[in-house]
Structure formats: C-alpha cells, structure tokens
Design a protein around this ligand. Structure first.
Ligand code: ADP
Ligand code: 5GP
Length: 203
C-alpha cells in the first residue's frame, strides 16, 4: 500500500559547463538506483550539434516558436544561457509528478531557482569541478565547443559556482565513479524520505 502512494519529485542538476553533469546523469540513469527514474528533455533555440537527436537531447525550436510556447505558459522554467533560450516543458513534469516518478532535470542556476520556488519538494544537486583549471582542461578535452565558446563558458563559471551554497547537495566531480556513487546515494536517501509518501501522517 505504501508503494502505490508515492509522490513524484524533481531532482535538479546544475554545474558550470564542462564539470561533468551530463556524464554523471547519464551513468546514474543507466544504473537506476531507484525505480521510476526519467530524464526531462528541454526545449532550446540553440542550433543542433552533430549527433544530437530531436526529442532525445532537446526539442529544437525557433526563437519565435519558443516565445509562443513561453507565452502559453508551457514551461515550468526558462532562462537565457550562453546566448540561447532553454526551457523545461511543463507537461512532462506534471505527468512525472502525477505518476510518482523521479524526474531528473539538467538545467542552469537561474532555472534551478525557479524550480525550487514552484516545486519546493525538489532536490537540488550542484556538480562542481575540483578546480577551475580542471574545468578548463575538461572543456578543451571534450573538443566540442569552438575556442570562443570555451572562453565564454569559463568566464561564466565563477558566477555559477557562487550559487552552489543554495543547493541541497554539492558533488565535487573529481573521480567519476565516486561522484556517480554520491549521486546514487542522494537519490536513494531522497526516495525514502517520509514526505514522499502520500497519506502518511507527519508530526
Ligand atoms: P557538462 O554536462 O557538465 O557540461 P560533460 O558531462 O559534457 O559536462 O563533461 C565534460 C567533459 O569532461 C567530457 O569530455 C567528459 O567525458 C569529461 N569528464 C566528466 N567527468 C569526468 C571526470 N570525473 N574525470 C575526468 N573527465 C571527466
Ligand atoms: P548545452 O547547450 O551545452 O546543452 O547546455 C548549456 C546550459 O544550458 C547547461 O548549463 C544546461 O544545464 C542548461 N540548460 C539545458 N536545458 C535547460 C533548461 O531547460 N532550462 C534551463 N534553465 N537551463 C537549461
């Protein structure tokens, strides 16, 4: 009877670009430490990168379409990040919460603030690099972004890192396996919180 009365919840992951957030989230989704996990697919006006798939990595929209959807209130949060618009579609979030799922969101610090305001039961995890030097190495080693973009991301990092203290958890991604295990432990503990069960009286 307890299992049928679960409240779903959102787990927000933010990090300066290159810290390893996507790598960690991908691995945690593969290991499935708790039942009912899913990944929120965001909408963006950023151009598609080679290898990215519509509806799997993002919903790629024109700026006009994005703003129309924004106007119709179809996003639970949205923000301009590194010069492009990004937003979390409301429908998938509402469905996940209704179905008692654990939905993971990879969004920036501005979006995280909005999610915490709208869904105070959410869990906020900040993924930090061990140092700015390591962050720079990873951004370059990833080899995905042109030099100008790498510099823009490095410039934004100190401001993003200064927000870490307002998250519920900080995971320093030095050793990948250790970081993945830390996130698994967070998810397992949060999944078992008494407040995640409906109709269980709280004192
Ligand atoms: P983000 O999603 O935060 O922008 P990525 O997950 O794309 O970052 O990771 C950035 C780069 O760093 C990738 O090339 C990834 O393979 C690498 N990486 C991630 N975690 C680690 C780690 N713990 N140690 C070394 N390299 C890592
Ligand atoms: P990228 O373009 O490299 O995939 O992502 C750039 C940044 O946008 C990352 O920090 C990522 O977390 C953030 N981002 C991706 N989707 C969303 C979203 O739906 N909302 C917000 N606020 N940020 C997002």
């Amino acid at each position: 009877m307890f299992e049928r009365s679960r409240r779903g919840f959102l787990v927000v992951f933010s990090a300066p670009s290159g810290a390893g957030k996507s790598t960690i989230v991908r691995e945690v989704l593969r290991r499935r430490p708790v039942p009912g996990m899913g990944l929120s697919v965001s909408a963006t006006t950023r151009p598609k990168r080679p290898g990215e798939v519509e509806g799997r990595d993002y919903y790629f929209l024109s700026e006009e379409e994005f703003r129309e959807r924004m106007g119709r209130g179809e996003f639970v949060e949205w923000a301009k990040v590194h010069g492009h618009l990004y937003g979390t579609p409301k429908k998938a979030v509402e469905e996940a919460l209704e179905e008692g799922k654990v939905l993971l969101l990879e969004i920036d610090v501005q979006g995280a603030r909005q999610v915490r305001r709208t869904f105070p039961d959410s869990v906020l995890v900040f993924v930090a690099p061990p140092s700015l030097e390591v962050l720079e190495e990873r951004l370059r080693a990833r080899g995905r972004d042109p030099e100008e973009e790498v510099r823009r991301r490095l410039e934004a990092a100190p401001r993003e890192l200064s927000e870490a203290g307002s998250y519920n958890y900080i995971v320093v991604n030095g050793d990948l396996e250790e970081a993945v295990r830390a996130v698994e432990a967070i998810l397992i503990a949060e999944y078992h919180r008494a407040r995640r069960f409906k109709g269980v009286s709280m004192r």
